[in-house]
Design a binder for this molecule. Sequence first.
Ligand code: NDP
Ligand code: PYC
Length: 355
Amino acid sequence: MKSISMTETVTLPLDEASDISLRILLNTGLSAAQAESVSEVIVAAQRDECHSHGLYRLIGCAYSVNIGSINKTASPKVVDLSPVIVKVDADFGFSSYAYEKGISLAVEKARRQGLAALAINNCYHFSALWAEIEPLAENGLAAFALTPSHSWVAPAGGTKPLFGTNPIAFAWPRTDDHPFVFDFATSATARGEIELHGRAGKKIAPGLAVDQQGQPTVDPAEALQGAMLTFGGHKGSALSAMVELLAGPLIGDMLSMESKAFDQERGAAPCHGELIVIFDPSVFLGDKLGFNLSRAEMLFESILGQGARLPSQRRYAARLTSVTNGVTIPKRLFDDLLQLLPNEHGSFGRVTQTI
Ligand code: NDP
Ligand code: PYC
């Protein structure tokens, strides 16, 4: 008889997920403002079923705060560097809080000049990037975001960790629909995905990583100790180098290899910079804006017309479902999160079984 493996899961309404998340972060001693901004991106990722950057990340965030890496009372400083550049020194707090402080000035500049850059320095970064640029596209702007991480990824042709997982995200405004957004690691998968496979006792797909001897592996633990691989061979490798350069030396911040050395094997979230570039199509196009946005729509319709899907389409669908049904996480993760709550944590969630 075929054996069916059952996984115990817990389903939480979104407000309970937010409550747990915020209480865990506050319990670390993070300032309320910083905890709220971090919690918001974590819950948004869980809501959109981006599991590698959802509630699971609370474990790493709490750890990074508890070992003393994160500045709990970080006070980001915004510098108006030029007509098109805003810099924010995150003061060694989490990136999302620094982003919150700097984004409105960067948007103001983009609306005036047609484009602007927000460079964040000295931030601990663990989150999905779409959460930062999707709201910009909802307000008629296009944007992309880049950030390094820790050196975990081998360059194409090599076998030793050098690059970060280095995500690139891009957002484009749509007239009558959610923005077009993609957001992916330049490694063949996010490191968080490999960690989640490890936690679930599952193998990873071939082609994602090599072990410490440089041999291909599908074992998550070996992959985490060895080197991850870039997507698309030399192409992902070059894009990853671009992320290192634009969100590293260009803005005066650390490469992934420097971030890893800075961590001194403590295992905290990566600490480095982030670059967000914002475009205002209405400045580029003036009274031709509507016509050109409709040409963009023609592109999207042609993609969909072939039966292909747009990036973020799955995410937007998951969002709708989560608002009604709540979010479902493995019971093991739920139990780990309860350990991070203050002692009197009350009762949350509904335990279910999924196949
Ligand atoms: P995925 O490979 O899961 O997805 C990448 C993108 O491709 C998403 O926009 C996704 O849309 C889209 N996509 C997936 N399948 C299709 C398809 N069949 N057709 C069209 N589009 C598709 O992402 P990764 O594992 O590479 O990265 C996951 C997250 O990890 C990202 O949010 C990234 O920001 C984050 N990350 C953060 C890091 C950091 O340092 N802060 C480092 C590395 C990663 P959809 O979501 O709708 O499926
Ligand atoms: O999943 O690769 C990843 C990652 C690195 C930093 C934050 N997420």
